[in-house]
Design a protein around this ligand. Structure first.
Ligand code: ABT
Ligand code: MG
Length: 139
């Protein structure tokens, strides 16, 4: 199914390393329109809930610590086939396996700190977007 919206976070590593502008340039150049955006921070509880699907995995604790350690940029992006096309733009979860030119290839250092999130389904895009933005913050 095609959709026209996805949700993204520029993760704490990307913000710490000064990559907000460069990553937003890539997102715009790829044809995504920003319809909601804010600098915010996940609490530990938020990060636990966001990654609850990984709660039994050995990397869960580090993942929660990482995602809650500093500010992130949360945004809703609009484009035809947004979920799939944005996952292609960011590249593989492990930046070592990400294709040349993808955001993770360019800006991520490790699988544990991989610079950017993209929703993995239309359903999750809607849930994740609604978690961060009220109706009046989405344009
Ligand atoms: P997210 O956009 O963060 O959801 O990443 P993606 O969907 O590409 O990959 P998944 B499988 O959802 O990974 C979630 C986070 O868990 C981290 N991780 C994953 C590890 O640290 N070690 C691992 O072996 C795996 C499989 C990567 C993702 N977060 N970060 N950063
Ligand atoms: Mg994921």
């Amino acid at each position: 199914m095609t959709t026209n919206r996805t949700f993204t976070m520029l993760k704490p590593d990307a913000v710490e390393n000064g990559h907000i502008g460069a990553i937003l340039d890539k997102i715009n150049a790829a044809g995504f329109k920003i319809v909601a955006m804010k600098l915010t921070q996940l609490s530990k509880r938020d990060a636990q809930a966001f990654y609850a699907v990984h709660s039994a995995r050995p990397f869960y604790g580090e993942l929660v610590d990482f995602m809650s350690r500093g500010p992130i940029v949360a945004a809703i992006l609009e484009k035809e086939n947004a979920v799939e096309d944005f996952r292609a733009l960011i590249g593989a979860t492990n930046p070592a396996e990400a294709a040349e030119g993808t955001i993770r290839k360019m800006f991520a250092k490790s699988v544990g700190e991989n610079a950017v999130h993209g929703s993995d389904s239309d359903e999750n895009a809607a849930i994740e977007g609604a978690f961060h933005f009220s109706g009046r913050e989405v344009f």
